[in-house]
Design a binder for this molecule. Structure first.
Ligand SMILES: Cc1cc2nc3c(=O)[nH]c(=O)nc-3n(C[C@H](O)[C@H](O)[C@H](O)COP(=O)(O)OP(=O)(O)OC[C@H]3O[C@@H](n4cnc5c(N)ncnc54)[C@H](O)[C@@H]3O)c2cc1C
Length: 661
């Protein structure tokens, strides 16, 4: 029934759960994991394996929640027995590709340990090999191990995996190990020793977004696995396209609560012009393209004429197989790197000019029928299916509608910038300067951590997409697993501390304010207002004046509009709290932008008042943190992590991993 009809006929549904606003549930645990996504489940599993009590607070339903809940088709940059590429080389590739702005601590941990995680995942029930021999004899399959690889068939460092099996397997493992899972429970704040800002983290508060009950958890150690902000510049639930890549539950609650507690964050000034958050984007992986999940699908024009592929040196490749092999003299192919050293073969780079000259006629199509059988089946069947958000929306829907990859071409929207993954290969830079994304895709700003994945607050660890410059499923798995281990080691010697009642009361007052009102501004309107501020004052071209005006506008919203934010039920209360955290994230972002007084191509960061691109004195990390009411910033050397292998090994002498160095 439509909402209008329900209003007309007086049959509006009642809220289906008991309302328990203000009531408290108190819990105590050794390791508290905030967020039951990929990193969170792995952190919980590894801490529980140390024999500790572990609890997860998850806003959604842990069995399927988070960015990796719907699947994952690539497990990339992983040292493994089928490859001779070392973790150091893999991290080097990421350093080179990002101008140094990558998280070498977490990337190194991932490259070293993600193979161990993959094998452990298989023991839990995740499918990581072609056990049914579906692809027997395929060029991308290692016959001995039955592992399948993507992108670089020679060097075998990027796995093809059946990621839709992962989250249920992780969930089951958590349950088996006795991890206490509190679903539909949104973490709202971190509790600190003595209630003091900047002191040891001793647990967290949460809100049940079905009943409105308030949850207080005391813990010896806490692991933040709450992903990162989205919807900062763009948000629409009305447009028909995709409005965020990651799930809407990932909105930056973790960044905001860590900030309020006094933790240090970095890379927060980075944002990217992109249609991904606009609601105009095409469904991911649902259009004909040769990128990412669809790599390296043949493309043809409207007359069926094939578009040539070239290697990094511009040599035209003759066969499909050559698209999956390094060029002469090239060590290996990166996952998405556009750096010369690691660049994968691409369609001819002057495709747009060739279309304009009439050599190719639009529209273009992905030519699955023209691909060798195994390649066709692994793209449309396995990869489109196992990749998140594709199994039902794309694979099933298209098949049910009669799409047959053996016969049918799939239209491409590359000309409209419709395929985000092909960033450098697409033919039109999409979007307006203010159509930006923060955490929707790729690396993003986040928590600063040390070699234990400990944040700058004692007792608080972080993993996955919540880390600065964090990204990828294997990375979330490996860092979650690692952070859980380290948090457990900490918890084994730390005590449980009593909670400062005043801190709880203040948080309860903040959390419940929107339900005390009968009417007011709803969460979508507030989100739209915040986006407008960011579009106007923190767009592509930034200046000191604009950014300061942005802070002023946010302050005005904080002082005037927040006190009018209204929620009719616990679910909407969660949404309002999300947007309030988004406001905090906006403030962090603008403060970070003010602190970087130089432009940077690598960070997609342009200051009109400091136009010089990447001057050497600014090749540094800018960190931001709150001290009382004041924002403190500092610079960190671009390679503050020191020597990778040495630092890692010094802290993990007892770790029994596959890789021996
Ligand atoms: C469609 C899609 C396809 C992808 N494909 C790949 C791929 O093939 N290969 C690859 O390497 N990477 C892929 N990624 C990226 C990968 O999924 C993520 O990097 C990874 O899942 C990050 O794990 P995480 O645990 O940090 O975050 P998530 O898995 O997103 O988990 C965060 C969890 O925190 C919960 N949460 C948020 N706020 C709160 C709160 N306040 N309280 C309680 N819980 C909260 C969320 O509900 C969520 O469950 C893909 C991502 C998407 C969206």
């Amino acid at each position: 029934m439509s909402w209008e009809k329900a209003v007309r006929t007086g049959t509006l549904p009642e809220w289906p759960y008991p309302l328990r606003y203000g009531e408290e549930k108190e819990l105590e645990t050794d390791v508290l994991v905030l967020g039951g996504g990929i990193a969170g489940c792995w952190a919980a599993i590894s801490a529980a394996k140390k024999g500790l009590r572990v609890a997860i607070l998850e806003k959604g339903a842990t069995i399927a929640s988070g960015s990796g809940g719907a699947g994952c088709d690539h497990w990339v940059y992983v040292a493994n027995p089928c490859s001779d590429i070392t973790p150091e080389e893999m991290v080097d590739a990421e350093i080179t590709s990002t101008g140094g702005y990558t998280n070498c601590i977490s990337r190194y941990i991932s490259s070293r340990e993600a193979y161990d995680a993959l094998v452990e995942l298989e023991e839990m029930g995740g499918k990581v090999r072609d056990t049914e021999d579906e692809f027997k004899g395929a060029e991308f399959r290692d016959e001995k191990t039955k592992f399948c690889f993507a992108y670089d068939y020679q060097n075998k460092l990027h796995f093809r995996v059946w990621g839709s099996t992962f989250k249920p397997a992780l969930y089951k493992a958590c349950k088996k190990l006795g991890v206490e899972i509190y679903d539909r429970t949104m973490a709202t704040s971190l509790l600190t020793e003595g209630g003091k800002h900047g002191s040891r983290v001793i647990g967290a508060t949460g809100l049940n977004i079905r009943t409105g009950e308030f949850v207080i958890v005391r813990a010896k150690a806490t692991v933040l696995c709450l992903s990162r902000p989205q919807r900062v510049w763009q948000f629409s639930t009305e447009l028909t396209g995709m409005s965020t890549l990651r799930p809407q539950t990932c909105i930056g609650n973790g960044h905001a609560m860590a900030w309020r507690a006094g933790a240090e964050l970095t890379q927060m000034e980075k944002s990217t012009r992109s249609l991904m958050g606009s609601g105009l984007n095409f469904p991911m992986y649902g259009t004909g393209n040769p990128f990412n999940t669809w790599y390296a699908c043949s493309m043809v024009d409207a007359d069926g004429k094939e578009i040539p592929w070239v290697d990094r040196d511009g040599n035209v490749l003759k066969g499909v197989s050559d698209r999956y092999r390094p060029a002469p003299g090239q060590r290996f192919l990166g996952e998405r790197s556009i750096n010369y050293n690691y660049r994968r073969p691409t369609l001819v780079p002057d495709l747009l000019e060739r279309v304009q000259k009439g050599e190719f006629r639009l529209p273009l199509y992905a030519d699955l029928p023209g691909m060798p059988e195994m390649e066709r089946r692994v793209i449309f069947g396995m990869m489109v299916g196992e990749e998140g958000k594709t199994k039902i929306p794309i694979l099933k829907t298209y098949r049910d509608a009669g799409f047959d990859p053996d016969k049918d071409l799939l239209q491409s929207y590359m000309m409209l910038g419709g395929e985000e993954m092909g960033k450098k290969a697409r033919m039109q830079r999409p979007g307006l300067p203010q159509q930006r994304t923060f955490g929707e895709g790729g690396d993003a700003g986040g928590l600063l951590i040390d070699w234990d994945l400990k944040t700058t607050l004692d007792g608080l660890y972080a993993a996955g997409d919540q880390l600065f410059a964090g990204n990828y499923h294997h990375h979330a798995a490996a860092t979650g697993r690692y952070a859980g281990r380290k948090a457990a080691e900490y918890a084994l010697v730390a005590g449980v501390t009593s909670v400062e009642r005043q801190q709880v009361e203040e948080e309860k007052a903040r959390v419940y304010a929107p339900v005390k009102r009968q009417d007011g501004i709803d969460w979508k309107e507030l989100n739209a207002g915040l986006c407008r501020v960011m579009q106007t004052y923190c767009s592509e071209q930034k200046t000191e004046d604009l950014l300061n005006l942005g802070l002023l506008s946010l302050k005005e919203i904080e002082e005037n509009d927040v006190s009018m934010a209204y929620a009719a039920d616990p679910h909407k209360l969660g949404r309002v709290l999300d947007v309030l955290d988004l406001l905090t994230c906006d403030q962090i972002i603008i403060n970070a932008c003010l602190a970087r007084k130089a432009s940077s191509q690598h960070l997609d960061f342009y200051r009109l008042d400091y136009p010089q691109l990447d001057p050497p004195q600014w090749q540094k990390w800018i960190t931001v943190r709150l001290e009382g009411e004041e924002v403190k910033t500092r610079m960190l050397s671009i390679d503050f992590w020191g020597k990778l292998k040495e630092n890692y090994e010094a802290r993990n002498r007892d770790y029994e991993g596959w890789y021996k160095g």
